[in-house]
Design a binder for this molecule. Structure first.
Ligand SMILES: Nc1ncnc2c1ncn2[C@@H]1O[C@H](COP(=O)(O)OP(=O)(O)O)[C@@H](O)[C@H]1O
Ligand SMILES: O=C(O)[C@@H](O)C(=O)COP(=O)(O)O
Length: 461
């Protein structure tokens, strides 16, 4: 088997995000949730390996990314994408730069592109500056991120600060000229000694152009947008209008079947929100007004986790949506809080320790709920989603219909399909304010009356 695209994703929401776009571009796509040996009968054109390497020490992120890269090489992946966040989420030391450098070396390459843009969700690049809707990255909600606050918007500076090479821009005017001009700009940048090219990307057409220009690169880096651009170039869709994101499709390893045939498990549902982004704050507020909800008691997470887990899992199970019920909302547990509140808690407990404790708590809560009969998990936050998915022991996903651009429903890959669970892993950034209600209703059989979110997201993070 030869894979057309192999993806190494640095978090779990990012992995389902790009997997959804690869499926939409027409590639049979499988998602594996660790650098594990791929199943023998894997029949896919693209494989996405989800890691949780965004904010761990750089050296560990490098090792895990290389392990994933070697598996993709064994699968004879023709091109590899290192998928990171459309808001370039990274610590001061990395990990985007160190992982990119290590992958270049592993693949015997000296040059790549840096394309975080995802215009459908308001992430654009102009003059190498990354924008979140109308704001430069460092003025957006990302300045307050609990783990990877972003205080600079200049991608050349960001990339050079955490890597070993020089970065150069491919300006808007060149991208507008089309794939040949971009290909020539990449060739020139490389011959002048640049290691990373940062093309301006203002819209979906630019992603198609960059994707076409990059079909000869062994390694690409960026967000799900460049995954879409490359996949569309490979499947001949470039230049055509994009499929509505919610059409999705499945990414089953054996076959692609239309998203309309997607069916959900009939167990109870829960919403777990560990993102503290502006958009997730709005989504939590909206959903709390209509569903049983409880804010995480942080001191109890830190000082009485076992007793609190027992209590909270009982509360969720008592409030869970009855099988096939469409009139009761799934209960929500959330750590989501305003930036000032998050800072206060971080001062009390230490930021890293607190993040890790909340993630671990949510992971254990999810595992208990699974034992109690919950089969549909709607999770907000990339790190949170990683913790929950790992605690649930899910090895891989099929990718289903999109709830919002970049957020598909997924189903765990199980040898016994009766054991499967449904997961919606939402990036803190994504979705509109009604996201949780839409996700719950889609999965509880009310999808005929509820339209998934479409088109451009209007709000900031
Ligand atoms: N109230 C809070 N106080 C401190 N940290 C929090 C709080 N709520 C969430 N967090 C932590 O913030 C981090 C959010 O990251 P993540 O789950 O990746 O969300 P996003 O997708 O918005 O980046 C997690 O580590 C989470 O545990
Ligand atoms: O590219 C994106 O914006 C997302 O796919 C992503 O990486 C999500 O990260 P979180 O915001 O941490 O969920």
């Amino acid at each position: 088997m030869t894979l057309r695209i192999g993806v190494i994703a640095d978090d779990f929401t990012g992995a389902t995000d790009i997997a959804g776009f690869l499926v939409s571009a027409g590639l049979r796509t499988a998602q594996l949730n660790s650098p594990q040996q791929a199943p023998e009968n894997l029949d896919a054109e693209a494989v996405v390996i989800s890691l949780k390497t965004r904010s761990i020490p750089a050296q560990v992120a490098v090792e895990q990314s290389l392990a994933a890269c070697r598996i993709l090489q064994e699968l004879r992946a023709e091109q590899i994408i290192f998928k990171y966040c459309s808001t370039f989420d990274s610590t001061a030391e990395g990990n985007i730069g160190p992982v990119t450098d290590a992958l270049l070396e592993e693949l015997g390459e000296e040059f790549t592109v840096v394309v975080p843009a995802l215009p459908v969700n308001g992430r654009t690049v102009y003059r190498s500056t990354l924008f979140v809707h109308h704001q430069p990255l460092h003025e957006s909600g990302m300045k307050d991120h609990p783990v990877t606050p972003m205080t600079d918007s200049d991608l050349l500076r960001l990339m050079e600060a955490q890597s070993s090479g020089t970065a150069t821009s491919v300006p808007y005017a060149v991208v507008e000229q089309g794939p040949d001009a971009v290909r020539e700009a990449l060739r020139q940048a490389r011959s002048e000694g640049a290691r990373y090219a940062v093309p301006d990307t203002l819209n979906h057409d630019h992603l198609d152009i960059i994707g076409q220009a990059a079909t000869g690169l062994r390694l690409l880096t960026g967000g799900s947008g460049i995954g879409s651009g490359l996949a569309r170039a490979l499947t001949g869709q470039s230049g055509q209008p994009a499929q509505p994101a919610q059409q999705g499709g499945t990414g089953a390893p054996d076959a692609a079947s239309p998203a309309e045939d997607w069916s959900f498990t009939s167990g109870a549902a829960v919403v777990i929100s560990g993102s503290a982004s502006q958009m997730t704050n709005r989504q939590v507020e909206a959903y709390a007004a209509e569903a049983p909800s409880t804010a995480l008691d942080i001191p109890r997470v830190m000082d009485d986790a076992a007793g609190y887990l027992e209590e909270l899992s009982r509360w969720v199970l008592e409030n869970s949506t009855a099988p096939d019920s469409t009139d009761q909302a799934a209960p929500m547990v959330y750590a989501t809080a305003a930036p000032e509140k998050v800072k206060q808690w971080q001062q009390s407990y230490g930021a890293e320790r607190l993040s890790a404790a909340i993630e671990e708590f949510f992971g254990e809560l999810a595992a208990r709920l699974r034992s109690g009969g919950v089969t549909r998990f709607i999770v907000a936050g990339g790190e949170t989603s990683g913790a929950v998915t790992q605690a649930l022991g899910v090895d891989g996903f099929e990718v289903g219909p999109q709830i919002a651009p970049g957020v598909p429903w997924t189903r765990s890959l199980e040898s016994d399909p009766q054991q499967g669970i449904d997961l919606a892993l939402k990036s803190g950034n994504f979705g509109d304010p009604d996201f949780f209600r839409t996700a719950v209703q889609m999965s509880s059989g009310a999808s005929s009356t509820v339209q998934p979110t479409t088109g451009q997201q209007k709000e900031d993070r």
